[in-house]
Design a protein around this ligand. Structure first.
Ligand code: GH3
Ligand code: MG
Ligand code: MG
Length: 343
């Protein structure tokens, strides 16, 4: 925002230097003086933006546009087209965060009344200074073009801000803040996409559900922050160990889900075993100590006639069995029985 206001001050300042030169050359000294004041205004707004006084910067910029437009149209006439710039302040006022809202309504309606008032009073009134037609036409088209360019810029900038805000919200809604992995909601969406791809390509898909062993003990012994460090380190090892096409998510507290599109039972078991060994080899530094950790893995391949939820349940059941069998191991979920044909 600071950069935008500084940029506006520079562009507007330089444009007014050009106006100043033009009016001095055309012998309209009153307008040249007005433009000297405008240039000084933009030096001030640049300084205000630089020192972070945004509210005052907006106010001075808006007042300069308004005063300059009124004086220019009054001195050299409606045909000069300086009144268009007042119309530009209206959308800017609408999208600016005024508090209270009544202030916004007041600013927008005041600008509208000023514009209409000027239109009624000055449209058919002779200007104080009659410029040569060619100079007046040149100014008119310059101002029309300037207004269109500023409108395009404002709309484009607003669109850019909206897209950025939307992308940020989307990232926040789909990312786990601690590990930066996808969250449960995001991976469920990814599973839906993979399901339809799987149906089209008639390919396989497997799930690996893994859970840290005795993690409560880590928290209880070394504290919650140390537990968080372990979760982050484990997330890094897991994400380094999977392919680009796989989906890894934090499924719950210390439980992770890996979706392996195109992988069957054997491949999924191999991936899980590789990850298990890497986690077993991991050392997480907590103070002066190095923590050893392990994980238990449940693996299941999706049967074409079952839902992904069922396949994940089988991986969960396998994980549960792995815990009971002594942890730090990979267990394959029992294959779903073939669907019984209904009579
Ligand atoms: P098991 O081997 O049977 O899985 O035992 P466990 O201790 O890992 O399992 P349990 O379900 O008893 O404990 C899980 C612990 O994970 C308890 C909970 O406080 C902790 N936990 C969950 N989310 C977080 C988190 O974001 N940060 C930290 N530090 N701990 C978490
Ligand atoms: Mg656990
Ligand atoms: Mg758990």
């Amino acid at each position: 925002m600071r950069l935008l206001l500084k940029g506006t001050a520079v562009v507007a300042g330089l444009t007014h230097v050009a106006f100043l030169t033009l009016f001095h050359w055309a012998g309209v000294e009153a307008m040249a003086i007005i433009n000297v004041a405008s240039v000084l205004c933009y030096v001030w707004t640049f300084w205000l933006a630089h020192t972070g006084r945004m509210g005052l910067c907006w106010l001075v910029t808006a007042l300069e546009v308004l005063t300059h437009a009124i004086l220019a149209v009054w001195v050299i006439g409606w045909g000069s087209g300086f009144h268009f710039y007042i119309l530009l302040v209206i959308p800017v006022a609408v999208i600016t965060d005024f508090r209270p809202l009544a202030l916004k309504v007041l600013v927008v309606s005041t600008l509208t009344v000023i514009y209409l008032g000027m239109d009624m009073l000055l449209l058919r009134r002779d200007p104080l200074v009659a410029l040569p037609t060619s100079v007046l036409d040149g100014l008119h088209y310059f101002n029309v073009l300037g207004t269109v360019l500023i409108l395009i810029f404002l709309a484009g900038y607003y669109h850019y801000l909206m897209s950025k805000a939307e992308a940020n919200l989307r990232a926040m809604a789909t990312t786990d803040p601690l590990t930066q992995l996808s969250n449960r909601r995001a991976v469920i969406e990814a599973i839906r996409d993979e399901e339809s791809r799987m149906q089209r390509a008639q390919s396989q898909m497997s799930f690996v559900l893994c859970d840290l062993d005795h993690f409560k003990l880590v928290n209880d012994t070394y504290g919650h922050d140390a537990g968080d460090e372990v979760l982050k380190a484990v997330s890094r090892v897991l994400s380094d160990g999977v392919r680009e096409v796989d989906h890894l998510a934090r499924w719950g507290g210390e439980e992770f889900l890996l979706v392996l599109p195109g992988a069957g039972t054997l491949e999924a078991q191999m991936v899980a075993e590789r990850l298990r060994q890497r986690i077993e080899a991991l050392r997480v530094k907590v103070g002066h100590e190095e923590l050893h950790i392990s994980m238990t893995f449940g693996v299941s391949a999706r049967h074409p006639d079952e839902t992904s939820e069922n396949t994940i349940s089988r991986a969960d059941q396998a994980l549960y069995e792995g815990k009971h069998a002594g942890r730090n191991r990979v267990v394959l979920g029992v294959q779903a029985s073939a669907p019984v044909l209904q009579a």
